[in-house]
Design a protein around this ligand. Structure first.
Ligand code: ACO
Length: 402
């Protein structure tokens, strides 16, 4: 009912672009995406090559510093991270304050903010402080994530073991027990490493834009990354991996056929979506989903009893891909469609799935924060709006209101 064109004229050249579908917020040299062709590159390197050949920390270095490290640079980076994994003893008390079954995502966000209070100069945005925060966050977030998980399970926490790789360390802190040696399954370790690499960055998605928005105010990296974690938690974003598994379980438990479920999605009456399908940028396929699907079958073999859900997922994919509704709207499986199944097969409960996404996305958030701080100038991000509320009116005292 509003005269939007008139409002636009009144406010001059302000453009409205709900959801920022056509508005670029910045220039960036970190990640390149071609959504039509299904291309994703970090600093020019194809995601397929990195997923196959790199490690998570090496990819983190690439995204953060712009180039693949040489041997000495990589060893130096790994050593810096390894030496920083421990968190202050008082932080353990923080985790004890949360209810036993608290969701590990808000616990992770709270842990990251608490971390900033243990940093002498956490408010600094000078290059040394940014470098220190980069190391502390990459090193300590897996420890925080694992502590949050152990807390949600009511189990004792484990200190990091610095003889292990980054990914092994996280796996042991999540599944190990203090008094028992932990036996790694190499296939699971590599699959988790690959999944983390696939999540490292994805240009100006919702959580990354949130990180940049907070960075633009001059707030420190901890504040920006915690905000990123919170933005990621929503089911339209990182929370989709949990929502996919819930959807698969719902279909199985309600004895509904996948065709019937897809029909209901298309009806749009109950506002249910096919979770794990669709993407703002990818309109042909999500290259990360293609890599993940290759891992899904192999990892699922390690964890029997969930074949029913994998079967439902495959049927859903097949039904949707041959349906005009999804074809016309260019809706394909995204990164989240199969990750939940894989994480579950690895032994993670559903409420940890988005935490794993956050762990992967962390270097990307930090790289984008650094780029914003270095090249964004002093310009605070401050979008405009088109006001559609009430016209001028006089205040009515309480006793005279209807
Ligand atoms: N199931 C059914 N219909 C869908 C779906 C879906 N998953 N996704 C989009 N559509 C429909 C919309 O209803 C709309 O239909 P209409 O033209 O008849 O109105 C059309 O496709 C276009 O969709 P938009 O919502 O405009 O697309 P947008 O780019 O804004 O949203 C998003 C992208 C949020 C990812 C959406 O596809 C979605 O909600 N998917 C399910 C959640 C999900 O998997 N999120 C993870 C995304 S990837 C990530 O964050 C890592």
């Amino acid at each position: 009912g509003y005269d939007v064109a008139g409002l636009l004229n009144k406010t001059g050249n302000v453009m409205i672009d709900p959801g920022f579908v056509n508005t670029a917020s910045c220039t960036s040299q970190i990640t390149y995406i071609d959504g039509e062709k299904g291309i994703l590159r970090y600093r020019g390197y194809p995601i397929e090559q990195l997923a196959e050949q790199s490690t998570f920390l090496e990819t983190a270095y690439l995204v953060l510093y712009g180039e693949l490290p040489n041997k000495a640079q990589l060893e130096g980076f790994e050593e810096r991270i390894r030496r920083t994994t421990l968190i202050d003893e008082r932080m353990r008390d923080l985790f004890r304050c949360f209810p036993r079954r608290s969701h590990p995502m808000p616990v992770l966000a709270a842990g990251i903010m608490a971390l900033s209070t243990f940093s002498q100069k956490s408010s600094g945005t000078d290059p040394d402080q940014i470098e220190a925060a980069t190391t502390r966050l990459i090193a300590k977030v897996p420890t925080l994530a694992a502590f949050g998980y152990k807390n949600s399970m009511g189990q004792p926490t484990l200190y990091p073991d610095n003889s292990l790789s980054y990914v092994q360390n996280f796996i042991r802190m999540s599944f190990g027990f203090p008094t028992e040696p932990y036996e790694f399954n190499d296939e699971i370790t590599r699959a988790l490493e690959t999944l983390l690499i696939l999540h490292v960055d994805h240009e100006q998605n919702c959580s990354t834009s949130t990180v940049r928005m907070v960075a633009s105010s001059g707030a420190n990296m901890y504040a920006a990354v915690a905000a990123g974690v919170n933005a990621l938690s929503g089911p339209k974003h990182g929370g989709a991996n949990q929502a996919v598994l819930e959807m698969l379980q719902y279909i199985r438990d309600s004895d509904m056929t996948t065709k019937e479920f897809v029909r209901r999605v298309k009806d749009k009456q109950s506002d249910i979506k096919l979770m794990g399908f669709g993407h703002r940028i990818y309109k042909n396929y999500d290259p990360r989903a293609a890599i993940i699907k290759k891992h899904a079958d192999r990892i699922m073999e390690l964890h029997t009893g969930r074949e029913d859900l994998l079967e439902i997922a495959k049927e859903l994919e097949e039904t949707a891909l041959s349906d005009d509704y999804f074809r016309e709207r260019k809706l394909y499986p995204n990164v989240d469609f199969y990750t939940g199944l894989i994480y579950e097969a690895m032994g993670f409960p559903m409420n940890m799935f988005t935490v794993l996404f956050a762990l992967g996305r962390l270097p990307g958030w930090i790289a984008q924060y650094r780029e914003q701080a270095a090249t964004g100038g002093n310009k605070i991000w401050r979008p405009r709006q088109i006001f559609t509320g009430a016209d001028l009116r006089d205040y009515v005292p309480l006793d005279q209101r209807a």
